[in-house]
Design a protein around this ligand. Structure first.
Ligand code: HEM
Length: 478
């Protein structure tokens, strides 16, 4: 009898809590499935997420509701509605399914709740000022030279997947610009496989929500493997932080955007050492995986579109007939390159889906009333391919989409590879500078080709956009 009462009580409590969301679910198109399970079973596998969402958009339109297990989610493939989420002070919290990220990255900018996030972001923003970013140009150049050395070894050989070259270099560049030292040094453990292991395991944890519970997490078959990687990576940061904190000098002279700034915050007692370590992990992850995957995507797009590749090459040699270091002025003048980068980020955005959550009731721009604790998935991937904004040829690679005359009449929220609004990417300018430096060096030296076709790409949402099969690319000297 008592058991029946308890079950009844919990059912009543659960239903009354969820009632507002049940009402919400009836006020808009809803993706079918079983209530409270919803799409959770259909998108269990990462490869199924984007195709399932494609189908839902086809059947339900650009904004619809679905349950992700017990979580009420509004899916958004509309620039104006995305705008109202990204600019709202009440949608600064990340969606609940981001939480497990902290198991691997610690609690940093990516996953912090809105209150803590505002404090951290305010303190870290100054470390991304333009003067500091410009001081990284030589480090980006060195990174480009390492990539060139590796690409030379592939010259003239059969097409291959060489994306790993970009991961290795991007990790070193990210570590040097944020922590003041390369990641892989001879004689020390290579940390790249451990970073990749952490990312891959983090993605599995997100897609298997029960792993958020410590009891299951600690009994998980990959727990030990993950812990080894976390410890190795964290020891690396700890070692560098310790050396810096113990150093007498306030400024070591190293041009690191993040660590010098963050160490002074620790000295001023605005950050704890743990917060510093967590933010270090967030910065390195934020910087390396995204830029590495976009670099490979850029070369893929150039290989798919030889005429754009030639136009880009001509821009580079016209601006810099002799090979030399790229200057701030060059970065501003490489306008076709900027359009090529934007177009690549449009069709192949590094981060395809963004999750947010409301911390109070609010109205969206489409007048929809949304109760507190509703989750949002904003699909950058789909908005960037939505014919409403990009026309009938939305799926055609066309850098001219970013000519001023074409951008002026389009909502700015139709293109947001770094998101927009309040909680946008802190490293946008860093990313644009580093991509431009690397691209200008490798496109002037090599030509890239492939027999693969853009239309054949199959996408996997793995926090970062991945491909079921990475197209192979052939490298030739110019
Ligand atoms: C092409 C390269 C890059 C792309 C496409 C990109 C994209 C993004 C996106 C979409 C977000 C928002 C994630 C969300 O709200 O869930 C984000 C956040 C972030 N990015 Fe980037 N990013 C890039 C490069 C970088 C670089 C170079 C850094 C660091 C140097 C960086 C550091 C971060 C950090 C720390 C956040 C969290 C910001 C916050 O919540 O305050 N990113 N990035």
């Amino acid at each position: 009898m008592i058991l029946v009462f308890i079950i009844f009580f919990f059912l009543f409590y659960a239903l009354s809590y969820q009632w507002r969301f049940i009402k919400l679910s009836f006020s808009m198109p809803q993706a079918g499935g079983i209530p409270f399970i919803g799409l959770a079973l259909k998108i269990r596998k990462l490869k199924d997420i984007l195709p399932t969402l494609d189908k839902c958009i086809e059947n339900l339109g650009d904004v619809f509701f679905f349950w992700l297990g017990p979580l009420p989610v509004i899916f958004i493939n509309d620039a104006d509605v995305a705008n109202s989420v990204f600019t709202s002070k009440n949608c600064l919290d990340k969606a609940s399914f981001y939480r497990p990220v902290a198991k691997y990255l610690g609690d940093g900018l990516f996953s912090l709740g809105s209150k803590e996030w505002q404090k951290h972001r305010r303190l870290l923003n100054p470390s991304f000022n333009q003067k500091t970013l410009l001081s990284f140009l030589p480090i980006f150049e060195q990174g480009a030279n390492c990539i060139i050395e590796d690409l030379e070894k592939l010259e003239g050989k059969d097409a291959s997947d060489f994306s790993q070259i970009f991961h290795k270099t991007s990790l070193n560049v990210a570590a040097e610009t944020t922590m003041g030292r390369k990641m892989s040094v001879e004689g020390e453990t290579d940390l790249l496989p451990h970073y990749q292991n952490m990312l891959n395991l983090g993605i599995i944890v997100i897609s298997q929500p029960w792993l958020s519970i410590d009891f299951f997490f600690k009994r998980w078959k990959h727990f030990e493997k993950g812990t080894i990687s976390v410890n190795l990576v964290s020891n690396f940061s700890k070692m560098l932080i310790k050396q810096k904190v113990e150093s007498e000098k306030e400024d070591s002279g190293l041009k690191s955007i993040f660590i010098d700034q963050a160490i002074s915050l620790v000295r001023e007692k605005k950050f704890t050492l743990q917060e510093l370590e967590d933010e270090a992990a967030n910065m390195i992850f934020g910087a390396f995986e995204t830029t590495a995957s976009i670099l490979y995507s850029l070369l893929m797009c150039m290989a798919f579109n030889p005429e754009c590749q030639e136009k880009l090459y001509n821009e580079i040699i016209t601006l810099m007939p002799e090979e030399r270091e790229v200057t701030l002025q060059d970065l501003g003048n490489l306008s076709y390159m900027e359009m090529v980068i934007f177009e690549t980020l449009r069709l192949l955005p590094a981060v395809p889906l963004i999750g947010r959550k409301t911390d109070r009731d609010l109205h969206l721009s489409n007048n929809l009333f949304v109760p507190k604790s509703t989750e949002f998935i904003i699909s950058i991937f789909h908005i960037h391919r939505n014919k409403k904004y990009w026309g009938e040829n939305a799926l055609v690679f066309n850098p001219d989409n970013f000519l001023p005359e074409n951008t002026s009449c389009r909502s700015s929220y139709a293109f947001m590879p770094f998101t927009r609004g309040i909680r946008n990417c802190i490293g946008k300018q860093y990313a644009m500078y580093s991509l431009k430096v690397v691209l200008s060096k490798i496109i002037r030296k090599f030509k890239f080709s492939t027999t693969a076709k853009f239309e054949e790409l199959e996408y996997v949402e793995a926090v970062i956009l991945k491909f079921r099969k990475i197209p192979e690319i052939k490298v030739q000297f110019r």
